[in-house]
Ligand binder design. Structure first.
Ligand SMILES: Nc1ncnc2c1ncn2[C@@H]1O[C@H](COP(=O)(O)OP(=O)(O)OP(=O)(O)O)[C@@H](O)[C@H]1O
Ligand SMILES: [Mg+2]
Length: 277
């Protein structure tokens, strides 16, 4: 049986401001979903809440993975179940090499009784090196990457490729890729797209968050969802991505009576509308 991530009536707030307002979504291992939505609609909030980022408060709803509730779990426990998030803005950790970081992360996710602490038994160096080399080769990542500090001084494109390398090493069941294409030049989008494509198969479900269908030319999703005002208002196939590319979000906003501003009960609507245009 394939594992499934099930999000049911999820409500998430950030600093007491409701952002996700009743979101439903199911992603099975092996399925490719794309999530599109205007800036500020809550895509990264959803990703962060799913991984258990402490700034994001789940007010209501449930999330289960393979039937087990995950919202009470620590992020590393969610990772061990097989969830993965590639960050929109990966953090640099000077002093920690990419190789050491990956060895720790992989060991933590794979070991039977890991608690995510320093006592986690590391997988043997030789075995790890062999695997890392293989994955770097598969993804066309330069070997010097392994010796560099995690994301420190990495270009935008290098950071995104480092995220994909983590994805390849951790072998999750469901991966969320938050704007893995942003800031990439056209060639890099192709390389990242092809790399993700190589990892996709019956064991990996993916939620690709993107503003541009260009990435989706390489990773063709079976399902496309539109997030507006904290809810998924439309789900469809590839044609939905094409419609958005052609017409933008206004027709969907009109259909659901959602203003270009986020209506806000404590009077912040005018403020946000000024910025959203
Ligand atoms: N850590 C945070 N602190 C304060 N506000 C936050 C935080 N995270 C998200 N928000 C707010 O939540 C709203 C949704 O932001 P989010 O990052 O989820 O949007 P998004 O759909 O990912 O947008 P983009 O397409 O620009 O990445 C925004 O108004 C944002 O300012
Ligand atoms: Mg975002």
């Amino acid at each position: 049986m394939s594992d499934e991530l099930v999000i049911d009536d999820l409500h998430v707030s950030v600093e007491d401001k409701p952002i996700i307002k009743g979101l439903n979504l199911r992603i099975k291992q092996g399925e490719i979903h794309a999530l599109m939505g205007p800036n500020g609609s809550g895509k990264s909030t959803l990703s962060n809440a799913l991984m258990g980022h402490p700034h994001y408060d789940v007010d209501k709803g449930t999330v289960t993975f393979n039937g087990a509730p995950i919202l009470e779990l620590e992020p590393n426990e969610r990772a061990r179940l097989g969830l993965f998030l590639a960050f929109q803005y990966p953090t640099a950790i000077p002093g920690v090499t990419m190789a050491n970081f990956l060895r720790m992360a992989v060991s933590s996710v794979r070991s039977e009784n890991s608690n995510g602490s320093e006592t986690t038994e590391l997988i043997p160096m030789r075995e790890f090196r062999r695997e890392l080399r293989g994955k770097m080769k598969q993804l066309g990542v330069d070997e010097s990457f392994a010796r560099r500090y995690l994301n420190d001084g990495f270009s935008g494109g290098e950071k995104k490729r480092a995220e994909i390398l983590q994805l390849a090493m951790l072998e999750p069941k469901v991966a969320i890729l938050d704007e893995t294409d942003s800031g990439l030049d056209i060639d890099a989008v192709r390389i990242v797209g092809e790399s993700v494509n190589q990892l996709i198969g019956p064991n990996l479900g993916v939620l690709i968050i993107t503003h541009y269908p260009r990435l989706l030319n390489y990773i063709r999703p079976e399902y496309v969802h539109v997030l507006l005002d904290g809810r998924i208002v439309e789900s469809g196939g590839w044609e939905l991505a094409e419609l958005l590319e052609e017409k933008g979000y206004d027709p969907i906003r009109e259909k659901y009576g959602i203003a270009a501003t986020v209506p806000d009960t404590d009077g912040e609507a005018e403020e946000s509308s000024a910025f959203r245009g």
